[in-house]
Design a protein around this ligand. Sequence first.
Ligand code: UGA
Length: 449
Amino acid sequence: ATAARPRITVIGTGYLGATHAAAMADLGFEVLGLDVVPEKVEMLARGEVPMYEPGLAKLLRQHVEGIEGASGRLRFTTSYEEVAEFGDVHFVCVNTPQKHGEYAADMSYVDTAFETLAPLLTRPALVVGKSTVPVGSADRLAALLAGLAPVGEDAELAWNPEFLREGFAVQDTLHPDRIVAGVRSERAERLLREVYAGPLAEGSPFVVTDFPTAELVKTAANSFLATKISFINAMAEVCEAADGDVVKLAEAIGHDDRIGRKFLRAGIGFGGGCLPKDLRAFMARAGELGADQALTFLREIDSINMRRRSHMVELTRDAVGGGLLGKRVAVLGASFKPDSDDVRDSPALNVAGQLHLQGAQVTVYDPKGMANARALFPTLGYAPSALEAVRAADVVLHLTEWREFRELDPEVLGEAVAQRHILDGRNTLDPALWRKAGWRFRALGRPTA
Ligand code: UGA
């Protein structure tokens, strides 16, 4: 039965592509993954994952060809020729980072992928865009594809955005909340349904749309999530001014199903490779479309978010008596969120970097993000454990909510620091516990005592 199933390729093996490739192999498809970076391909071919993503290495090793006991359905290559030859359905999963010094998304990786693949398509194929792109890209890429492919219109495009979260990539890919299929033909819809048939689609609504809507679903979803976070962070600002407690407030409004409890954790705000840049790219694109007014509120969402970081710096300055010069600051957390080693646009590292620039002696510890943090901010201090990081600290900042930090013993840490003073930038530490151990404990948007 397997032989009759479409053969799948995945172009780009970042969080999205590597996970998608492994998931497709897990569903029983023959899969060929491509990356232009040979080192990445070599790692993946050994069943190693170039980033920290729970469960992904295990899933890969169950399928990568040549690994003992593996299904052998998953291989990797750097060759587009091989990809074009092999695949019936090609998933494009390359990234679209923010352009340097601009709000717009950098489409060069997507464009290059299409421009390289299309001229090699000599038999009918469905190319499925998964990257997050400015609305209108799919229309343009469909024309490019049909124009460059030797099979012409038989090289068809579908747009199928992805909603996985880092740290939950495997789970989200295997059990998506919904599958969105932007298609122009029944054939494309049928092929996509076939690819997603079985356990993955069970319980997942399949929403069929046109191209622009499919592209917009992704940016709208991320904008909504960012809006929720900035909303609760705005409430945190008000709570601080009024001596209220944003954690209680979030809990109470979250009991209303229409509002929901998720994504209402106030703190130093959102970061990472998606939310911040997607908001900005969305505003830039709306401007090009003459719809910029509709999204002016996103500018405010972005600035509330950036204000969280500077507010944290101010609180730190206050905590050490007004001047940061020479003060020892311990920073717990470097990755943009727990269960990830990703430090792209990390609020924690941004705060650490600002404090360093203002003369503080900053020492950072993160359970998984150290190597990436060092590469990005080589001038910061780093320690091999939370306990080492807080040694002789004048103040401790909790900036990424790893479980490990929630389980820290305030007594033990208290012995190591110069001052028992901690600022919780993520609202996941228990104030009573720390205060009982004699710490001055301050959390964003919560009463000071
Ligand atoms: C986000 C979306 O959640 C995914 O659905 C989407 O597929 C992905 O972007 C993408 O576009 O590829 P991700 O960037 O992995 O996923 O991270 P999130 O879990 O959304 O967290 C983003 C940031 O918001 C983190 O810095 C996190 O600490 C922060 N956050 C989240 C809060 O400050 N408060 C909350 O209540 C929730």
